[in-house]
Design a protein around this ligand. Structure first.
Ligand code: COA
Length: 260
């Protein structure tokens, strides 16, 4: 087996990654992060795959956080390295992937689990999902981007309250906050994510890749997102996808994007 802690299944143009440590509520240990990095990297290169869905195995948890057992004895230096390496290998990596990544939040998404869901391009939750950043209850703060991505998604005041109280919000509140885009009964979760993935897959993968970059740059203080947009918009005009998309429209047929 290629990966020890995750399952990867490709059906049509959609790949599903399932984090598979149900006995530990899919907690993210070092090896799982390594597996996820490897899988995302490989799927990004796979021309057949246009959308990636990530979920947790079992009915209880998406991911219940970073593996507490693994880092409980860490020094300051090791703590810093854990956050830096994790952000680089998984959280920033997913956010900047050129293919859309949908988080199917099927239960607890706590700590690193919510941070992973927030690094995805958008989130769909099942009715039983519970989300929170409980790190301060352990004497630590979120280290996988949670202090940055949560305020962007829900606003500063709500993020402050969620992080300071270390509490959990339910799926309905997450929907009200704009943290997730849809809430559905658990049995309908993967179906809705697949439907969304299919709709996305009808569109130009090259244009989607540029759109992800431009939208991400809206939240990158080091660059001007409008400049990114202008540059990316122009680049689209040199692509086979653009030729196909505009020709198909003018010829009144459905576009078949080559993805170049
Ligand atoms: N790291 C390591 N192990 C974890 C874990 C984590 N983040 N979250 C759950 N587990 C393990 C438990 O230790 C337990 O293992 P065991 O059976 O070998 O003792 C197993 O997963 C099941 O969890 P359990 O706590 O028994 O389930 P529960 O239904 O009683 O409670 C939670 C569910 C999610 C409320 C609880 O597991 C929890 O609070 N987890 C930690 C959440 C957290 O603080 N995450 C942030 C980490 S930075």
């Amino acid at each position: 087996m290629e990966y020890q802690n995750i399952l990867v299944n490709i059906e049509g143009s959609t790949a599903t990654i399932t984090i598979n440590r149900p006995n530990k509520l899919n907690a993210l240990n070092k090896d799982t992060i390594k597996d996820l990095h490897g899988a995302f990297k490989k799927l990004e290169k796979n021309k057949k795959v246009r959308v990636i869905i990530i979920t947790g195995s079992g009915e209880k948890a998406f991911v219940a956080g970073a593996d507490i057992a693994e880092f409980s004895g860490f020094s300051k230096k090791e703590g810093k390295k854990l956050a830096a390496k994790g952000q680089e290998m998984l959280f920033d990596f997913v956010e900047n992937l050129s293919k859309p990544v949908i988080a199917a939040v099927n239960g607890f998404a706590l700590g690193g689990g919510l941070e992973l869901a927030m690094a995805c391009h958008f989130r769909v939750a099942s009715e039983n999902a519970k989300m929170g950043l409980p790190e301060v209850s352990l004497g630590v703060i979120p280290g996988y981007g949670g202090t940055q991505r949560l305020p962007r998604l829900v606003g500063k005041g709500r993020a402050m309250e969620m992080i300071m109280t270390a509490g959990m919000i339910d799926a309905q509140r997450a929907l009200d906050y704009g943290l997730v885009n849809h809430v559905v009964p658990q049995e309908g979760l993967m179906g809705l994510c697949t439907q969304l993935a299919d709709r996305i897959s009808n569109n130009s993968p090259v244009a989607i890749g540029y759109a992800i970059k431009a939208i991400n740059d809206c939240f990158n203080n080091n660059v001007n997102g409008y400049a990114t947009e202008i540059e990316a918009f122009g680049e689209c005009f040199g692509t086979a996808d653009f030729k196909e998309g505009t020709s198909a429209f003018l010829e009144k047929r459905k576009a078949d994007f080559p993805g170049k």
